[in-house]
Structures are given as structure tokens and as C-alpha cells.
Ligand binder design. Structure first.
Ligand SMILES: *Cc1c(COP(=O)(O)O)cnc(C)c1O
Length: 393
């Protein structure tokens, strides 16, 4: 009965869209062992090197000794541990929000919160390049979804005017955007988007999975970066990127956290974060709140690498952050580039459709605070070699 799946896989292979999933047999770091080979790690979201940080590892170990390995139940039955509340309080202080709610992942956080804000008869205005988990959360809500042109406040306004012309007073409106776009590394123009939303009585939600730990004072995120703290109703974050662990959270007013605990489906029907994850995340928040040197290091590395790549002639698209897309075009060529880099000791993943639009395949380089200048120079040399061989530069 499932032969059609083989046909689908064959089709993906022919189009150069079959993803190679490599096996990592060491911790995440500047280098790691992938498919048995020691390679420079240019593809993880471990922006600050926290995924294998000794303080996080020690915190996780202590939590396992004290609380064991499992949460035991969904949070609303018997799965809320003191650790979860401690994490939520610390995250709220870090985000300068009234309250946060932790969930199993950033993906789950989007599925949980969007259907709480809008439902049938309401309208969501969603950036056309928003993350897949936002798209799925929007669909679950059953609200009407209007995609507005990428990072374009005037385009948003035109969409709102046209869509809302006949909308009744009671129609709830929600504007949703990534804070930093994960495949291009560009930053949403939040001040202008918030202004447009206000004019049309819309709530604003920012998913800042790639902004936290990266933008704003001590990595407080894109909203903080723009001085908009308190002016965005809802933020979604992840603990799996800069924070180095796994998990997601929603931050905003207390009433949102209270309602999410009553009606957020991933909260009430799926078990909580484990004690180890939660304790490691607490250590990550403590570390980030107390010291911004890793964030500064991340930006020093980012500026250096991107400047040198541009000097070599690479097209880095619209990137404004450590997410560095090396634009290539056709998916098979991007895969070939990634393969050649891997042979020479660099792991940088090729990304094609449907993660990015057709014809815009790229190598996505992720810069981290754990990279040394020598690591970046090594990467630059290899990129130059392979780029010339494939006629990219
Ligand atoms: C990575 C990402 C997510 C998913 O986060 P997880 O914690 O890995 O589930 C959600 N939204 C955006 C914008 C992301 O980049």
C-alpha cells in the first residue's frame, strides 16, 4: 500500500531535494564528528555554544539526581515541577514580560498559542516567509489566513485594508511574523509592522526563535532590539537554539499564560519538558542574563566571516544576522557544494525547496560564538576553493 512513498522519494532524489541526514557522534561544538568524520560545524543553531556548556551540563546532571528523568504526566495533571515554574519566572524576567509558559518545543508553542488568539471568523496576517510551525498553528486556529509580502509594512497595510473592509467590529485580527527569518537571516521591520497593526486594531505576535540570544541587550531578542518591549502582545521563543537545550515558550501578559494553561492543547495534552532540559535551560538563562560576552563574540565572528565571504564574491542574500545564506540557485548544485565542503572538512548544509522557494537553493552557514578566528579562516579557504570549482564565484 505504501509504494507511492517510494515514488515520492525517487522524485525528490531526481530533483536534488533529498536531504542527507548525517549522524553526529560527539557533542555539538566548533567541530564535531559527523558520519565518522571530524568536521567544522557550520550548521547548528548553537549560536552561543551552550549546547555543550559545562554549567548547563552540570545543572542537568543535578536535576536528574534530584528529580529523575521524566516529568511523569502532562503539566495540568501532575507534571508541573518546581523546576518548570523557576524556568518560567526566570524567562519572564529575562524577556521583561509578565509571564511565560514553557512547552516541549518552539513548534509546539506556536501550535498552542495561535488558536488561543483567533478562531473561525477571525483573520491572521502572516508574513509569506514565516516558519512552518507558524503556518501550522495558523491552520489549526481555523481563522482566515492572509499572507502579506515579506517584511513589507506597506504590503501588510494594503492586505489589511482590503481584507478588513467588510469585517465586523468583533473580528479579531492578528499579525504574525518571525523576528529573524531562519533561512535568510533578515530581521522583521517590527516598529513599522506594529504601527500598521495598531492602526487596524490587530494584535501582534513575534516568533523570535532566531532572535533570542542574538539580538537586543544580552540577547533579549528582536522586540527588545527595537525598543518595543510591552508593545507586542505575544512572543514565542525556543530553548533549542541560542539557549542550547530543547523546548519552547510563550511570553506575554499574565492572562495569556493563565489561559494557555486552561486551553493550550500541547500544554494540556502532551507531557512537560524533562527535569534535565528544564534545569539546563534555567542555567542558560542565568548565564545569558549575567554576561553578554558570548553574544558579543557571536557578532564579532559574524561580522568577520560575512565581510570576508562578500570580499570573495559570494552572494549572502538579505542576511543581517549570524544566519549566512550562501546563495547558489539550483538545488543539485547546492547539494554538490555541500558535499565537496564536507569532503574537505566543513559541514554546511544545503537547503532547497520546500524550505526555501524553488531556484533559491543555498548553503546555510551558521556562525557561532564557539568558532575561533582560525576556524573561520579555514572555512573561508574551503569556500573559496569550492566556490571557484563550481563557478559560484
Ligand atoms: C526553529 C524554529 C521554530 C521551532 O523551534 P523548536 O524549538 O526547534 O521546535 C519555531 N519558529 C521559528 C521561527 C524557528 O526558527
Amino acid at each position: 500500500m505504501l509504494e507511492f512513498l517510494q515514488q515520492e522519494l525517487d522524485r525528490l532524489r531526481e530533483q536534488g531535494l533529498l536531504t542527507t541526514i548525517r549522524t553526529i557522534s560527539s557533542p555539538q561544538g566548533a567541530y564535531f564528528v559527523a558520519d565518522g568524520r571530524r568536521v567544522l560545524n557550520l550548521c547548528s543553531n548553537n549560536y552561543l555554544g551552550l549546547a555543550n556548556h559545562p554549567e548547563l551540563v552540570a545543572a542537568a546532571r543535578r536535576a536528574v539526581e534530584r528529580f529523575g528523568v521524566g516529568p511523569g504526566a502532562v503539566r495540568s495533571i501532575a507534571g508541573t515541577m518546581s523546576l518548570h515554574l523557576e524556568l518560567e519566572d526566570k524567562l519572564a524576567a529575562f524577556k521583561e514580560a509578565e509571564a511565560t509558559s514553557s512547552l516541549q518545543s518552539g513548534f509546539a508553542a506556536n501550535l498552542a498559542v495561535i488558536p488561543l488568539l483567533v478562531g473561525e471568523g477571525d483573520v491572521i496576517f502572516s508574513d509569506e516567509l514565516n516558519h512552518a510551525s507558524i503556518i501550522d498553528g495558523c491552520r489549526l486556529s481555523r481563522a482566515r489566513i492572509v499572507r502579506y509580502p515579506h517584511c513589507d509594512p506597506a504590503g501588510l497595510e494594503a492586505c489589511m485594508e482590503e481584507t478588513l473592509r467588510e469585517a465586523g467590529e468583533g473580528t479579531r485580527r492578528l499579525v504574525i511574523t518571525d523576528g529573524v527569518f531562519s533561512m535568510d537571516g533578515d530581521v522583521a521591520p517590527l516598529p513599522a509592522l506594529v504601527e500598521v497593526a495598531r492602526r487596524h486594531g490587530a494584535m501582534v505576535m513575534v516568533d523570535d526563535a532566531h532572535g533570542e540570544g542574538v539580538l537586543g541587550d544580552h540577547g533579549r531578542g528582536a522586540v527588545h532590539h527595537f525598543g518595543l518591549t510591552g508593545q507586542v502582545e505575544v512572543e514565542v521563543g525556543t530553548l533549542s537554539k541560542a539557549f542550547g537545550v530543547v523546548g519552547g515558550y510563550v511570553s506575554g501578559p499574565r492572562v495569556l499564560a493563565d489561559f494557555l494553561r486552561q486551553r493550550g492543547r500541547p500544554f494540556i495534552f502532551s507531557s512537560a519538558l524533562t527535569p534535565a532540559d528544564t534545569a539546563a535551560a534555567i542555567a542558560a538563562v542565568d548565564l545569558l542574563a549575567g554576561d553578554d560576552s558570548l553574544v558579543r563574540r557571536l557578532w564579532d565572528n559574524t561580522r568577520y566571516f560575512k565581510e570576508e565571504m562578500r570580499r570573495l564574491g559570494f552572494d549572502l542574500g538579505r542576511s543581517q544576522t549570524p544566519i549566512t545564506p550562501v546563495m547558489i540557485g539550483e538545488a543539485p548544485k547546492a547539494q554538490e557544494c555541500s558535499r565537496l565542503l564536507f569532503e574537505r572538512g566543513i559541514f554546511a548544509q544545503a537547503i532547497g525547496f520546500p524550505t526555501v522557494p524553488r531556484g533559491q537553493a543555498r548553503i546555510r552557514v551558521m556562525i557561532s560564538a564557539v568558532h575561533s578566528r582560525e576556524d573561520l579562516d579555514f572555512a573561508l579557504e574551503r569556500f573559496e576553493e569550492v566556490g571557484k570549482e563550481l563557478g559560484i564565484i
